[in-house]
Design a protein around this ligand. Sequence first.
Ligand SMILES: Cc1ncc(COP(=O)(O)OP(=O)(O)O)c(N)n1
Ligand SMILES: Cc1nc(C(=O)O)sc1CCOP(=O)(O)O
Ligand SMILES: [Mg+2]
Length: 211
Amino acid sequence: MGPEEVGDLKIDGARLLLVTDPRPDLVARVEAAVRGGVDIVQLRDKRAPVEGLIPLAEELKDVCERAGALFTVNDDVELARRVGADGVHLGEDDDPTPRARSVLGTGAVVGRSAGGVAEALEAVRGGADYLGVGAVYATPTKPEGEVAGLETIRALSRENLQVPWFAIGGVTLETAPHVAEAGAPGFAVVRAVLDAEDPEGAARALRVILE
Ligand SMILES: Cc1ncc(COP(=O)(O)OP(=O)(O)O)c(N)n1
Ligand SMILES: Cc1nc(C(=O)O)sc1CCOP(=O)(O)O
Ligand SMILES: [Mg+2]
């Protein structure tokens, strides 16, 4: 299968996205998480120098490939290209979608962040393959982030978006039932899976809540 086909096949129906943070046992935790049903893994490390991230990116890419999950990189289109990632996640301050596609190829998965309904619709019109929508709740993982709230999730769920979208920010095993009830078709999480004693079980439990 060529790279043009990879993203197209796997993004449809994706429900659970794991965003990573830097920690010593990250690879083992991601291995467990994909066993538990994570569909997309996003490498996110805002502090590490790019060169230092390449070996980790390659390792996570292999883990995802073996499990049939997508591997993406946060923010950095060039790093995504260098490691042959399936795609990239971009926010307001990051590259435009067409630039990501011109670097990564038309089949690459390009995800975008949205903090509200108008932004989400604009991102889809601009060609995003999926959206991360939040923050649903304030979260210590990204303390500077703005809170969009459950209301945004409710409002967006009425728009019948034609791309997968993931509620992000403070989604935990405790809050997830409320987020699903508000209409989120998917979750993007850091702590709920990576901080769990059993990351595989935590991923499974989040999937059950989404069903
Ligand atoms: C799935 C997902 N959704 C949203 C974000 C946030 O992206 P961004 O707004 O660019 O902020 P940073 O993550 O770069 O701090 C995300 N990473 N993943
Ligand atoms: C990376 C990120 N982006 C957010 C946004 O609102 O755009 S919230 C977030 C971190 C989510 O971490 P946790 O699952 O530990 O709350
Ligand atoms: Mg970003």
